[in-house]
Write a protein that binds this ligand. Structure first.
Ligand code: PLP
Length: 424
């Protein structure tokens, strides 16, 4: 460890709530797909701030927009008009095909809270006082605040913080019969990720979202889509659900909305929006001029790059490479999946952390979800050559892990197996 990393790691250990398992690296600078640590060592970044830096690090247009606005006006609150807020709302509506109104917030979990409030307000107003139940998916992730956590379908993340708000029902993602059984007169909304991200990168099965939309229309429930991770061209189109041809009532956006700065939005159709009135929701910082300027610059730059089709091609290239890796290690690589540049590889042994650590040592930043899954969320401006570098490093890391897994398996034969597959 370098001296500055040692100093900061000690401060962190002494003074921050220990809610993260941090890797021993201190990133000091970024540009595009690359990061540099305090020793000046270069890394290829396939995590991108967990899918929040879609334009790449230190994008000059975003930096210029932030710089100009910072020097002019930073904050006046939502009690007054300010530059960029309404324009950002109108751009987001346009990206969704028009007809949406935005509530601007600061993160994905706040977008979830906003969506839950709108859905419940709508349920009470249109179906009656008991129509407050939201059906979500097992394995889903919607955030860490209490409402978003209640919606999240991962019991391991919740138990310690109960009681959580009531009124959430979970069904298996992709199981239409289970959903049909769950959606009834007290349901106000169905809330789903078009591609489950934190749960392990599971794209909605073909035709599933369209069938869910039909069910919602038949049973008079809102369709809420959480595009926090899958939005902003991450999977190809501006929003992942656009490939499924559905028209959600509420869309949640955050992460890459302002290319790594804290921004979020709840987008609500014009028909549903009137249930929210002055005083029903608020945020001190949401839609502030600096963040809104950054978000507009981000959208401009992503659109100018016409990044959609490029993302699909690069994602296909990445998955082809991962499938070739799977063919080389059929006993260790259990699955390759994803859409656009939101991909994962699943191992049949608990080697994901080992592979990520080994890749980091070789200069490639990767994210392990739990013990068995590696997730790939590179900046969308990565090139096919960057993908090839990743695949080379990953190939060596997986070969090393295969040896380790074989040793562990032979030890298990003598000591008995231990299944440490945990909820991520
Ligand atoms: N929704 C989804 C689909 C997410 O992937 C995340 C974060 O990973 C969230 C919500 C929460 O976002 P945030 O961490 O910005 O609160």
């Amino acid at each position: 460890m370098g001296g500055e990393l040692t100093r900061i790691a000690a401060l962190d250990a002494a003074f921050t709530l220990q809610t993260y398992g941090r890797k021993p690296v201190l990133f000091m600078r970024g540009e595009g797909v690359r990061l540099w640590d305090d020793d000046g060592r270069e890394y290829l970044d396939f995590v991108a701030g967990i899918g929040s830096v879609n334009l790449g690090h230190a994008h000059p247009a975003v930096a210029a927009a932030v710089d100009a606005q910072m020097r002019r006006l930073v904050q006046v609150s939502n009690l007054y008009y300010s530059e960029h807020r309404a324009e950002l709302a109108s751009r987001l509506s346009g990206l969704l095909g028009g007809g949406y109104r935005a509530f601007l917030c600061n993160s994905g979990t706040e977008a979830a809270e906003g969506a839950i409030k709108v859905a419940r307000a709508w349920g009470k107003a249109t179906k009656g006082p008991d129509a407050n139940v939201i059906v979500t998916a097992n394995r889903s992730f919607h955030g860490r605040t209490l409402g978003a956590l209640a919606a999240t379908g991962q019991p391991g993340k919740k138990a310690k913080f109960e009681p959580l708000p009531a009124g959430f029902v979970h069904v298996d993602f992709g199981d239409l019969d289970a959903l049909s059984e769950a959606v009834g007169p007290t349901t106000c909304a169905v809330m789903l990720e078009p591609v489950q991200g934190e749960g392990g990168v599971y794209p909605a099965p073909e035709g599933y979202l369209a069938a869910v939309e039909r069910l919602c229309r038949e049973r008079d429930a809102l369709l809420v889509l959480d595009e926090v991770q899958s939005g902003m061209w991450r999977t190809g189109p501006a929003f992942a659900h656009q490939a499924d041809g559905v028209h959600p009532d509420i869309v949640m956006v955050a992460k890459a909305l302002a290319n790594g700065l804290p921004a979020g939005a709840v987008l609500v159709t014009g028909e549903v929006a009137p249930v929210m009135e002055p005083g029903d929701h608020g945020s001190t910082f949401g839609g502030g001029p600096v963040i809104a300027a950054a978000a507009l610059a981000t959208i401009d730059a992503l659109e100018a790059l016409a990044i959609g089709s490029d993302v699909s091609a690069k994602g296909a290239h990445l998955r082809d490479g991962l499938r070739a890796l799977a063919a080389t290690h059929p006993g260790l690589v259990a699955d390759v999946r994803g859409r656009g540049l939101m991909c994962a590889v699943e191992f049949s042994a608990p080697v994901a952390g080992l592979v990520a650590d080994s890749a980091l040592a070789s200069g490639v930043v990767l994210n392990a979800i739990g013990t068995h899954i590696l997730r790939f969320l590179p900046p969308l401006v990565c090139t096919s050559a960057d993908v090839d570098v990743l695949l080379g490093v990953l190939g060596s890391a997986v070969s090393d892990a295969a040896v380790e897994a074989a040793i562990a398996a032979s030890q298990d034969e003598t000591t008995g197996p231990s299944d440490d597959r945990r909820s991520p």
